[in-house]
Design a protein around this ligand. Structure first.
Ligand code: PAP
Length: 311
């Protein structure tokens, strides 16, 4: 993607969200800026690396569980999966929120290959070594009104934000001022990469994963270079991963019912809620959805990519 399209940091949008910084063309919590810079300056990708990229609330936790299960299926049978005792976020670290937190310089010496990482950063903000190596990127997106609703539930699950009106959350998204937003720029960055170089970036949609998890897992495994053999398919290995990583299974594991993540200040249960496509109709008025859809459609127009509102 042409980096010239990135607005400079002094071209700030007019509205401003407290504790957020407009940095390299996207909004993020101000405390993340040094981490991002450190990641951009120091991370050295390896050709075998796999990077899971997503905007918050688009299916990250699910994608982490699936990718981890696919890549580690020969090391750990599902009956003995580390996912049974660790939340997916503790097994697949974020560059900007975990690995490079507080100016850390992570030591990757003991990380087994292929290394699996995650990020909420826009494509243009990735370390150059990821773009220039053969490292592969798996991106997931989701119908944006569902993302708004999911984000609002996530935010209001914390006592200090418990009374945040959904209208304020909605307006923040309309302005594109949400974390790692604007939503449309995030999607477009990875969409353009996936169409220009489909062997480098796989573009997934949450709704399609819900509709056909087995097909999408197979697709992911092939893309990541770890395809299922015919024998594995016949024995139902893909179905087992789909079932193991389903919302109902992960949500009901003891580790995900209570307690905190080891790597971030978050409750493990805060990443699992309804996991439905179209839940937004229960929280946003039709006129609000229409307004937001028009904004998103306008921003995506000409890209060849659209969201299909499901309800
Ligand atoms: P994150 O970016 O903070 O990690 P993320 O995992 O992207 O969040 O999104 C959370 C959403 O994914 C939640 O959606 P909801 O609020 O609409 O319910 C959560 O329920 C859903 N989710 C989590 N795990 C799964 C899963 N295994 N299958 C399907 N959806 C899931």
């Amino acid at each position: 993607m042409a980096d010239q399209s990135i607005p400079s940091d002094d071209q700030l949008p007019q509205k401003y969200t407290p504790n957020f910084t407009y940095f390299q063309g996207f909004w993020c919590r101000s405390e993340l800026v040094p981490n991002i810079t450190s990641f951009q300056n120091h991370f050295q990708a390896l050709d075998a690396d796999i990077v899971l990229a997503s905007k918050p609330k688009t299916g990250t936790t699910w994608l982490k569980a699936l990718a981890f299960s696919i890549l580690n299926r020969h090391r750990f049978p599902l009956s003995n999966s580390p996912l049974a005792s660790s939340n997916p976020h503790d097994l697949v670290p974020y560059f900007e929120m975990t690995l490079y937190n507080n100016g850390c310089h992570p030591d990757f010496a003991d990380v087994s290959s292929p290394r699996l990482f995650a990020t909420h950063l826009s494509y243009h903000a990735l370390a150059e070594s990821i773009k220039n190596s053969k490292a592969r990127i798996v991106y997931v997106t989701r119908n944006p009104p569902d993302v708004i609703v999911s984000m609002w539930h996530f935010a209001t699950s914390r006592p200090e934000r418990a009374h945040w009106p959904i209208d304020e959350c909605f307006e923040q998204f309309c302005r594109g001022e949400e974390g790692f937003g604007p939503f449309w720029d995030h999607v477009l960055g990875y969409w353009k990469q996936s169409t220009a170089n489909p062997n480098k970036t796989l573009f997934l949609k949450y709704e399609e994963m819900k509709g056909n998890p087995v097909g999408q897992i197979k697709n992911m495994a092939e893309f990541m270079g770890w395809p299922f053999s015919e024998e594995e398919e016949k024995e139902g290995a893909i179905d087992e991963i789909a079932e193991f990583c389903s919302l109902s299974n992960l949500k009901n594991l003891e580790v995900n019912k209570s307690g905190s993540l080891k790597t971030m200040k978050r409750q493990t249960n805060s990443f699992f809620r309804k996991g439905e496509a179209g839940d937004y109709v229960n929280f946003l008025s039709p006129s609000a959805v229409e307004r937001y859809s028009k904004i998103v459609d306008g921003k995506l127009s000409g890209s060849g990519f659209t969201f299909k509102m499901c309800c």
